[in-house]
Every structure is written in C-alpha cells, then in structure tokens.
Design a protein around this ligand. Structure first.
Ligand code: AMP
Length: 282
C-alpha cells in the first residue's frame, strides 16, 4: 500500500493506472476509521481494480465554533486498517496543499443544502462539496463510495455530480451500527459513559419511525411527535432537528410517500450526532 501526501504524486499514480485501464474506486474520509468507513472500503476493494482512500480533516466544512481542532485523528491506526483491507493508495494531503493561500473557489449546491444539517451548519455543505470536487479531480475515480449515515451529504454530492457533469458514479452504502443500535461515528469517542447511554434514544427514535411507516402510518406529524417524545425521555439530549423529507430533493413532506428520509440530529452534551432511515412506500 502506498501512502502519499503530495497531490502531484497522486496524479502521477492515477495516470499510470488509467493507462493500464484499471478501474479506480475511491473512499473519501476524515480518518479515525471505524467499521462504517471499513464497509465502504471493503466494497470499493471488491468492486474495483484499485482503491484510493483519502484521509483529510477538511477545515472548510467546519464552522469556527465547531470541533476542527479536537476532531479525533490516528493516522497510524487508519493506515493499518487500510492496509489490511487491501487499499492500494492512501491520500493524506496537507491543508496548505489542498487550500493554498488565496484559494477562493467554492462549490455551492443550492436548495437541498438549506434544510436539515444545512440549517444548523450553514457553511458545511459548501466545504464538503468543495473538497469532494477537488478530490474527484485529483483521484479521477470511476466509483466513489459514501455512507447513508450522511444521507443529506449523499443527496448533495449526487446533485453536484449531475449538475457539473462529473464522470464518477457515486454509490451509497448502508449505515453500520454498534450492537445496541448507535450509528458508528468518529465523534462517538467524545461521549462519556452516561452520554453514550443517553445517545441511544437517537437510533431508538429512528427505528420507531421505521416501524410506524411499516405498519402504514402516513402522517408525518404523528411520526415526528412520537419520535420527539422518545428523545425527550432522555434529559441529557437536546434535539437539533427531526424531519421527514423526500430522499432526493430533501423537501419536507406532510404525508409519507415515495422514498422518504427520516433524519435527526441531536446534541448529547457538546457532541452532535446524526442518524437516519430511508423508507420506500410500496
Ligand atoms: P467521515 O470520515 O465521517 O467524513 O466519513 C467518511 C465516509 O464514511 C462518509 O461517506 C460517511 O457517510 C461514511 N460513514 C461514516 N460513518 C458511517 C457508518 N456508521 N456507516 C456507514 N458509513 C459511514
């Protein structure tokens, strides 16, 4: 497995692989890898001749008040995980190379970035789209793998790829959870024992919404009310948002129809956690 910091070195390697007609799978991450990331990596390794994983804590997707400085990092452990999984190349760029002084170009997907996470993190998706666009230009993947854990992010990136005629095909992979239901996240490490226990109401509320839809509940208001009751039962938790939207357009719904995304974000102490379920009405 190769590890590269330099953009030019990555481009040269990619050119060699393109010349050899190898298919290239790509998994962009911020590192501190867990089984959620690993599931994307394994899928890419299985489906492509070469797999590139990027490990880059992208500053432009953090607001000044957020956890950029404290975001967990462990490059050695990440490299071991990648090597074992059969990754061919880790791209681990420096901030000053990705954003040279004077960098002033951003990719902004309008509309669907305004809802859900975009409401409480208004500059977040601009940072995500900018870095993913840059990474796609550097790595030139045939396929790029994202987690449904960040369902809005996936919808936004899919839109960017379509709108900007990018050649890559983006693929969403299922949410990987702890045994008790909590969605795996690099940020779970911030939780104290008490907070970790309290955080469980998030997945509980998400599963509750899925059960309600499965038995035919069509009222968004009724589902949201029940979910809010579940979350309110835990005093350590504050709701950032709970919404039910169309899965692709991220537009709010009144009735459950088509493919819906039930998405929620909570604060447990200072830690912000997200979770969701996608449900298609038959
Ligand atoms: P991050 O390092 O948090 O930016 O995540 C990198 C990629 O891993 C994103 O596409 C995430 O959606 C995905 N991911 C993170 N957590 C999970 C999870 N629990 N299950 C599946 N994918 C995940």
């Amino acid at each position: 497995m190769q590890i590269e910091k330099e953009i030019q070195a990555i481009k040269e390697q990619i050119e060699v692989w393109k010349h050899g007609a190898y298919s290239i799978g790509f998994v962009p991450t911020m590192g501190y890898l867990h089984e959620g990331h690993l599931s994307l990596i394994k899928r890419s390794v299985k489906e492509n001749d070469k797999t590139v994983v990027s490990i880059f804590v992208n500053p432009t997707q953090f607001a000044p008040t957020e956890d950029l400085e404290s975001y967990p990092r462990d490059f050695e452990a990440d490299a071991t995980i990648c090597e074992k999984a059969g990754v061919d190349l880790i791209f681990h760029p420096q901030v000053e190379d990705m954003y040279p002084s004077g960098a002033s170009t951003f990719v902004d997907v309008e509309g669907l970035t305004k809802e859900l996470c975009g409401k409480s993190r208004p500059t977040h998706f601009r940072g995500v789209c900018t870095v993913v666009c840059k990474l796609f230009h550097i790595v030139e993947p045939d396929y790029a793998y994202f987690g449904q854990k960040d369902a809005q992010q996936f919808a936004v990136i899919k839109r960017m790829v379509r709108d900007l005629n990018m050649k890559v095909e983006v693929i969403a992979c299922p949410i990987i959870r702890e045994a008790d239901g909590l969605a795996k996240s690099s940020r779970n490490v911030y939780l104290s024992e008490k907070e970790r226990a309290a955080a469980l109401v998030l997945s509980k509320a998400i599963f509750q919404s899925e059960r309600l839809m499965q038995v035919g509940e069509q009222s968004v208001t009724r589902i949201l009310t029940k979910m809010k009751e579940t979350i309110a039962s835990e005093p350590l938790v504050q709701i950032d948002y709970i919404e039910i939207v169309n899965c692709d357009s991220i537009e709010k719904l009144e009735r459950i129809k088509g493919t819906v995304l039930v998405a929620a974000a909570i604060f447990v102490g200072k830690t912000r956690l997200i979770d969701n379920v996608i449900y298609t009405v038959r």
